[in-house]
Design a protein around this ligand. Structure first.
Ligand SMILES: Cc1ncc(COP(=O)(O)O)c(C=O)c1O
Length: 405
């Protein structure tokens, strides 16, 4: 099936507007995606018809809202093919999901001197939570280097593995380089040494079909807002035997079985990790976003976005002084680049005046910038609603701005 982009764009009201008198060209999808009307309407519908706090009430509205939240959990389970809904924890985002694992895992599984392996291309969300635990529990961090093309090599990971390695945590897709990391092989490698693996799928779950059982990953995290769903909702997938073993992350309502001042026992999965009132409106709307993605078909989305990626790469490379940062053979629809000596911030500001929204800066990946010896990049990231015409507008915009310098 070919995607009908013209029709798809009609589902995204924000895309029809002009900024500074120019049609909006939104190419900042790796930061957050726009929302289809069905998701926007779902939020309205929940607040207008069934809003009530969940899991606690005997009354009709509370039961309806609970059902809606738990249905969304099933939708997520099925989307990533988890074995059980108990393995789907709602959080506030990929960031909170990683903080949860880092805190619960290091507290219960690590002793001073134990090691966690990360890669140089990680987003700060997959660095700082481990550094915080390093300061609390005395673990050490080992970092896999990136190659010139922006890839990681299995042999470099294997070299860092020792008897003290407790976990490998890495991005499936780099938010800067677009590199699709060989996670199947990394997970297999980790498991051959009995080491669990966490996959940060924040930049892949909206582009690539994920099957957590086939992958056999131990943990996988992502954010709703990067997959056409609302902000404030994220997912932690964890294998049931790991989640059973790990202590709660936060305390509060919902996550308990019985409380006395002397001792508290905890609720069963997944509720043990969901303290307080969850964002049941957001979760329901995330379910709607997943239905939207599934209606288009992830395979169709992937094929179309690959086509856009290749078209954009080819066109951008025709510009004088163009340097693309991240040239892996396996890339998602993210292109970081620099043009001549022009500062990315200056270029980004001037492109904005032409109605073109791209990202500039370090993209929450300062260690990667240090490794590449640059301060930052411009980044264009594509979604299925972007078009070749928009790529052309970007290319013409860059040429026009470059002439000013
Ligand atoms: C690879 C990666 N991991 C984690 C995150 C953090 O996501 P959030 O800010 O939604 O928690 C991002 C956000 O850009 C990301 O690109």
């Amino acid at each position: 099936m070919h995607l009908n982009i013209e029709n798809i764009r009609k589902d995204f009201p924000i895309l029809t507007q002009e900024v500074y008198g120019k049609p909006l060209v939104y190419l900042d999808n790796a930061a957050t995606t726009q929302k289809p009307l069905s998701v926007i309407r779902k939020i309205d519908e929940v607040y207008s018809t069934i809003n009530a706090n969940i899991h606690r009430g005997v009354h009709y509205l509370s039961q309806m809202a609970t059902e809606s939240h738990e249905e969304a959990r099933k939708t997520v389970r099925q989307y990533i093919h988890a074995a059980s809904s108990k393995e789907i924890i709602f959080t506030s985002g990929a960031t909170e999901s990683i903080n949860l694992v880092a805190s619960s895992f290091c507290r219960s599984q690590c002793k001073p001197g134990d090691e966690i392996i990360l890669t140089t291309m990680e987003h700060h969300a997959n660095i700082i939570p481990w550094q915080i635990q390093r300061d609390i529990t005395g673990i050490e961090l080992k970092v896999v280097p990136v190659t010139e093309t922006g890839e990681i090599r299995l042999e470099d990971i294997e070299e860092l593995i020792s008897s003290k390695t407790k976990l490998i945590s890495l991005a499936h897709v780099s938010n800067v380089l677009g590199t699709i990391n060989p996670i199947t092989e990394v997970i297999r490698l980790g498991h051959s040494y009995n080491i669990p693996v966490l996959i940060d799928a924040a930049q892949s779950v909206q582009h690539i079909h994920l099957d957590v059982q086939a992958l056999d990953c131990d943990f996988l995290v992502f954010s709703s807002h990067k997959m056409y769903g609302p902000t404030g909702v994220g997912i932690l997938y964890g294998k049931e035997n790991w989640l059973d073993k790990l202590p709660p992350y936060q305390g509060g309502g919902e996550m308990i079985a019985h409380v006395t001042f002397a001792k508290t026992t905890f609720n069963e999965l997944p509720f043990k990790f969901e303290a307080g009132t969850p964002d049941y409106v957001g979760s329901t709307a995330l379910g709607e976003a997943i239905r939207y993605i599934e209606k288009l078909g992830l395979d169709n989305i992937r094929r179309y976005e690959e086509h856009l990626l290749h078209y954009a790469t080819e066109k951008l490379l025709q510009i004088d002084g163009m340097q693309i940062i991240g040239t892996s053979k396996h890339k998602s629809s993210v292109i970081s680049f620099l043009v001549g000596g022009i500062h990315p911030y200056d270029m980004g500001m001037l492109l904005d005046r032409l109605g073109i929204a791209v990202r500039t800066g370090h993209h929450c990946a300062q260690p990667l910038m240090d490794a590449l010896g640059i301060e930052g990049t411009l980044r264009a990231s594509f979604a299925f609603y972007n078009t070749k015409e928009e790529v052309d507008i970007l290319v013409e915009g860059i040429k026009r701005v470059a002439k000013m310098f």
